[in-house]
Design a protein around this ligand. Structure first.
Ligand code: PHE
Length: 448
């Protein structure tokens, strides 16, 4: 059945929305944590290479599929399929991505909930409510449950009203403010004792480590996670872009914004780790390994802010509010993936579909909250290190081997008359067909 579809009101609207999906906890929590646990600068180097050489081309594949199909991932890919096995393959890839999005949202909501509780903590401190403030920043079942629920409710609330009203509005002011605050904080950290060592650890790669299997596979997962690939999210966002837009440059701009924010976040957090350690906060164990895994950012940043005295309370508030909004513009894109599928395929009204799916995902989050030490990492690794790169790889296979080449080229040309003279035009089609799938497969093979 046909349903009226939303769309982005402008070119800027799309950039903001797609960057809103891409920029989130992946940049400020995931990237620095992964960098710290995988040997610093070597990880940064591999990440940058993989982000531009593998994630960007795969990102373009997803955007093109969506804009051609003008529908959710399954329907879009089925439009390109002519044989029955191709339609089945399309379903597998599209639906796999949707499941991946749901799995990611189930743990993402928990971490986003932490961001919210850390945003409220400075207010409580200012009002002298020390007990409440402490409760907000201490791991507990009750806190995790309440804030995950709150965050999921916000996500459901926005998606019920539809993507174009929800997303564009939220993303507009967020990105410049986030970048501004990050730069100010980096300058501040630079003046503190111990930061030099951190900058060196972040910027001076140990080249001998770049082929370590663990490092490679973590960087691959991180690059795909950060660009929201392999979840059918970018297919859907692609489907909301007008045919008049130049996709090649839109995709490049979003990639650049996303990578820059991750890079800045690392430039803040890695040196801040060393500053915290110098101030007596336990960051590294005796053997040099990290003490706190997924908690790292929540140890390092509060310690940094608390060194600023009263000002620190306002900075902490501003920072964690911005992070909560950044997480929200990502989580709504994740929820949009299953919702648009159900709305378009089953004809369920958007409000109902959103509520049911949102509650379903929240139930999974609850399960994780109750078994956090084991399940959080398990789901995160399953969905981001395996699910996302594999599904994204299959999208490249789809574009390269199933979708007709003439149609692919025609879609690239829409909104971009001069594309035939570009490097992208000459290289991307065969690159996506041969190089992307083999390179991703190679990383997996290497890691086994
Ligand atoms: N890219 C988002 C981030 O970095 C996370 C995300 C993953 C969003 C998958 C949508 C789909 O925080």
């Amino acid at each position: 059945m046909s349903v009226s579809r939303g769309g982005f009101s402008s070119r800027m609207g799309f950039i903001l929305a797609a960057a809103g999906s891409a920029v989130g906890l992946g940049n400020i929590w995931g990237f620095p944590t992964q960098t710290a646990s995988n040997g610093g600068a070597a990880f940064v180097l591999v990440y940058l290479v993989l982000a531009f050489c593998l994630a960007y081309p795969a990102f373009m594949a997803e955007l093109l599929i969506g804009r051609y199909g003008q529908a959710n991932a399954v329907t879009s890919m089925q439009k390109m399929s002519h044989k029955l096995w191709q339609k089945r393959f399309a379903f597998l890839v599209g639906f796999g991505g949707i499941i991946c999005a749901a799995l990611i949202l189930s743990f993402y909501g928990i971490i986003a909930g932490w961001m919210m509780s850390y945003a409220i903590e400075p207010i409580m401190s200012l009002m002298g409510m020390t007990d409440a403030a402490n409760w907000l920043v201490t791991q507990s079942l009750a806190r995790n449950f309440i804030f995950t629920a709150l965050f999921m409710l916000l996500t459901i609330f926005i998606i019920r009203r539809g993507v174009e009203q929800g997303i564009e509005k939220w993303s507009k002011r967020l990105m410049p403010m986030l970048i501004g605050l990050l730069i100010l904080l980096i300058i501040y950290v630079f003046t503190l004792d111990g930061s030099r060592e951190g900058f060196a650890a972040y910027l001076n790669p140990d080249i001998s480590r770049v082929f370590e299997p663990d490092l490679l596979i973590s960087a691959l997962g991180q690059a795909f996670f950060s660009l929201s690939l392999g979840t059918s999210v970018m297919v859907i966002y692609g489907s909301y872009i007008s045919k008049k837009e130049n996709l090649v440059s839109l995709g490049a701009q979003v990639t650049l914004i996303d990578v820059s924010i991750a890079f800045l976040a690392g430039l803040l957090i890695i040196p801040a780790m060393y500053v915290a350690q110098a101030q007596g906060v336990a960051i590294f164990a005796e053997d040099g390994s990290l003490i706190s895994g997924s908690n790292l950012v929540f140890t390092v940043l509060p310690s940094l802010f608390s060194g600023m005295g009263m000002v620190g309370l306002f900075v902490a508030f501003g920072f964690f509010v911005l992070m909560s909004i950044a997480a929200l513009t990502s989580s709504i894109s994740m929820l949009e993936a299953p919702v648009s599928f159900i709305v378009e395929r089953k004809g369920l009204p958007r409000e109902k579909a959103t509520t049911y799916i949102g509650i379903g995902i929240f139930c999974l989050s609850t399960l994780i909250v109750f078994n956090i030490s084991f399940m959080l990492d398990f789901i995160a690794i399953l969905a981001t290190q395996y699910g996302q790169p594999i599904i994204a790889m299959l999208c490249c296979v789809f574009v390269g081997w199933i979708w007709q080449r003439s149609e692919v080229l025609a879609e690239i040309k829409q909104g971009h008359d001069t594309v035939e003279h570009s490097f992208f035009w000459k290289v991307w089609p065969w690159y996506t067909k041969f190089i992307c799938p083999s390179a991703i497969a190679l990383v997996f093979w290497h890691s086994l």
